[in-house]
Design a protein around this ligand. Structure first.
Ligand SMILES: [Fe+2]
Length: 214
């Protein structure tokens, strides 16, 4: 199949989850805070609250990968707190620079991402995990054009990982008053042979949850 036609698919990968949710919630209580923008955006908005609460996990020392400075939010290397999740992340066929644990507490409008090194690539490689979601209704959606037809993310039971083609789709999230945390991966150096195999295996495994370009 034409790999570039895969717009959204759950990923046939191990779930990203902590060995102990109690431990995770302790860390979340301690460190999660509302993201504010440190520098003005393209519209000149400084200290803007985009509507997210959370924390940022940096996976490399700052001299190897400069730690994020865009958001005024807790930014640490959590590898020693969550070695089991670090092992899951390190097994992925790309280099993970950081993971943004983002919980939206407001409506996030339709947009494309443009921060990371791979957001422009022609194939699906925006890697996200629906890390925690207490909503009973779908709340994360995609559309081909602004205000266009919405397709809600539908994840199977056996994975919490998904990917989408960032340049070809807008994505957005409702806030329905319930906690959800998306793990947003900032990545580089994708091993395309391995990644394309995962994409193909994933669309085969989850045909009812994919969006394929016609
Ligand atoms: Fe986004």
């Amino acid at each position: 199949m034409d790999i570039n036609k895969i717009l959204v698919t759950p990923l046939k990968l191990p779930k990203l989850e902590p060995a102990s949710w109690d431990h995770f919630w302790q860390v979340w209580q301690r460190d999660a805070k509302q993201y504010t923008r440190r520098a003005a955006d393209s519209a000149g908005n400084n200290k803007l609250y985009p509507g997210w609460n959370g924390l940022v996990w940096e996976l490399h020392p700052p001299e190897v990968h400069k730690w994020q400075t865009m958001w005024d939010v807790t930014t640490k290397d959590y590898s020693s707190e969550f070695p089991e999740m670090r092992a899951i992340i390190d097994a992925l066929p790309f280099k993970t620079i950081r993971v943004l644990f983002q919980s939206n507490y407001a409506e996030i409008g339709e947009h494309t991402d443009g921060m990371s090194l791979t957001d422009h690539l022609p194939y699906a490689c925006a890697v996200r995990y629906m890390f925690y979601d207490s909503n009973t209704e779908p709340n994360f959606y995609f559309c081909r054009k602004l205000k266009g037809e919405r397709t809600y993310l539908k994840l199977p039971e056996d994975t919490n990982a998904f990917t989408y083609n960032n340049p070809k789709l807008y994505h957005a999230a409702h806030y329905l008053g319930k906690l959800k945390i998306v793990a947003h991966f900032v990545i580089d150096k994708i091993d395309e042979e391995k990644w394309f195999k995962i994409l193909e295996d994933s669309v085969t495994a989850y045909p009812d949850s994919c969006i394929i370009e016609q």
